[in-house]
Design a protein around this ligand. Structure first.
Ligand code: SIN
Length: 546
């Protein structure tokens, strides 16, 4: 039986037959949230950080846009809170946002003090402006390589820490729990399951951007933590809210390279194929309107002009200024033959950030005691229906230090023993399927039907296709990282479609052209969870305050 393509564990096995190890605290993911958590947890516990690829392979490493905090003169956490709530379109949890903006300045100061690479002017930290922020509030490092700088600082500290070890190239498969008690994790090593027992587990595996054909996300971002949580019986929340970044390089043969919003903060314009600006007619903030508004405006103009892209125009800046302030952008575009101080850059919107994820508190606490979810994998309520620019690196730092405090204040239980077998799928068919092809089909299907502008018709079509593909994938043998990732992506694709169908309104990043207005009732979070025995999905609304 294939359980509709959903099953409790991807691999059934006998405990005695698989390799086992144990750690005090396991952290999965080596981006900003995972590393910050590891550093804080190591005050009390021995921590092992697991990552499925190399430690630097993460969205954090790619983040050009900076880190927002109320550090400027005249700014306040209260103003940052108000901007975050406004962007979140009624679905932010005020208490979580309050933690974010109030604890933000301290964690950002701390990271800035470990580096001399943050942008300064006359000795003062320079703060840039990005869409949705009422003030200049965004700190950047090395021009436009903030994520790379933060990742390097944290990774260096983690590598030098006596209580932190790092294990690379080990993909997560499942979370092990019995009778609602956390036991550990299952990883995939050379095609076989391997069990790690742990007293506490932090999952910081990032979002699910790779389920879309057009995405800014690193190739490792395949929703592994979210899918493992779903299979372990945890609830996913607000999955339909995916932020599409408006300005991504679109050039044959080039990667979907993000062109930071800070460019627009410094006056860059968006023009159609005829060189006309058009966003001013859509929103008073034009280029600096919320990302969903800009992305939809661009998509509509692309359709109207029957063109696969529009242009970003940064020609008001000199070559020298661009090289100094945006070295990564200038260099990357240059590699594809574009001299951006004199030529327009072809761009289009791409999937960028998942506001939804595993339901968790701002400190990462989930429905399973001693299992924590941090950063993009989690839905903590800080981003609501649409994330404010440059709040995500901040969330990683704040949540990572909070989980450290929470776990160090409580005593983690001793290691738990395990039952003899882990149940999973039943009989598998022997024929192999081409998971690479299946993944590409899923990515295209979601991009075309579950993208920036959605309708019931397109969503229903996508649901039917994914249901078939899931049955196919789950009924066969898969023992490779590609196969595990593809099954994860299929399961999350199905959940995302279900919640997008359920939400018959437009709000934040979720836009339904058949329901173009927000529902006038109280905003609600969507929830999706799995009935373990049947593989049935339950899609529901969360009662606010629950
Ligand atoms: C950007 O630089 O535009 C991306 C920053 C973010 O997504 O917060």
């Amino acid at each position: 039986m294939t359980h509709n393509g959903f099953m409790r564990n991807l691999f059934p096995f006998e405990i005695d037959e698989v390799p086992q190890s144990s750690v005090e605290v396991a952290v999965v993911g080596s981006g900003v949230a995972g590393l910050q958590a590891a550093l804080h947890l190591a005050n009390e516990y021995a921590v092992r950080v697991y990552t499925k690829s190399k430690a630097r392979d993460s969205n954090t490493w790619l983040a050009q846009g900076g880190i927002a905090a109320a550090l400027g003169e005249g700014d306040s956490p209260e103003e940052h809170l108000m901007d975050t709530l406004r962007a979140g379109a009624g679905l932010c949890e005020r208490s979580a946002v309050k933690c974010l903006v109030e604890e933000g300045p301290e964690v950002v100061e701390e990271i800035i003090s470990s580096s001399n690479a943050f942008n300064r002017e006359n000795g003062q930290l320079s703060l840039g402006r990005e869409g949705g922020h009422g003030r200049n509030r965004v700190a950047h490092a090395r021009g436009d390589a903030t994520g790379r700088e933060i990742e390097s600082i944290l990774l260096r500290k983690a590598r030098n820490h006596a209580r932190i070890t790092l294990e690379q190239d080990l993909p997560l498969v499942d979370i092990l729990s019995e009778d609602k008690i956390l036991k550990g994790l299952v990883f995939l090593r050379e095609g076989q399951p391997e069990v790690v027992r742990a007293r506490g587990v932090v999952i910081a595996t990032g979002g699910l951007g790779q389920i879309y054909r057009e995405t800014t996300n690193h190739s490792v971002v395949t929703g592994d933590g979210m899918a493992a949580a779903l299979r372990a019986g945890l609830t996913l929340r607000d999955l339909e809210f995916v932020q599409f970044h408006p300005t991504v390089l679109y050039f044959a043969g080039a990667p979907r390279f993000l062109l930071t919003e800070a460019l627009r903060g410094e006056g860059a314009k968006i023009r159609d194929l005829n060189g006309q600006q058009f966003l001013g007619k859509i929103h008073p903030d034009a280029e600096l309107a919320p990302r969903d508004v800009v992305s939809r405006g661009i998509l509509k103009r692309m359709i109207q002009n029957d063109s696969p892209y529009v242009f970003l125009d940064v020609t008001h800046m000199s070559r020298a200024a661009l090289q100094e302030r945006f070295p990564t952008v200038t260099e990357t575009c240059g590699r594809y033959g574009l001299e951006i101080s004199s030529e327009y850059i072809p761009i289009r919107p791409c999937a960028h950030y998942s506001m939804g994820g595993v339901r968790a508190s701002i400190s990462g606490e989930s429905e399973l005691t001693n299992l924590f979810f941090l950063g993009e994998v989690a839905s903590t309520g800080v981003h609501g229906a649409n994330r404010l620019a440059s709040n995500s690196l901040l969330e990683g730092l704040v949540a990572g230090s909070r989980v450290g405090r929470v776990v160090c204040e409580r005593r983690l239980p001793e290691l738990q023993s395990l039952r003899s077998s882990v149940e999973g799928r039943g009989q598998q068919k022997s024929e192999e399927i081409d998971f690479v092809d299946l993944r590409k089909s899923l990515q295209s299907l979601l991009w075309r039907n579950v993208g920036i502008i959605r309708t019931k018709e397109k969503l229903s079509y996508a649901r039917d296709e994914i249901k078939r593909w899931l049955e196919l994938a789950a009924g066969t043998t898969f023992r490779s990282r590609e196969a595990v990732e593809t099954v994860n992506m299929l399961q999350l694709g199905r959940c995302l479609v279900e919640t997008a169908l359920k939400r018959e309104e437009s709000r934040g990043a979720h836009y339904r052209s058949d329901f173009p207005e927000p529902d006038p009732g109280k905003p609600r979070h969507s929830l999706v969870s799995l009935v373990a025995d049947s593989g049935e999905l339950i899609v529901d609304w969360e009662a606010r305050g629950e």
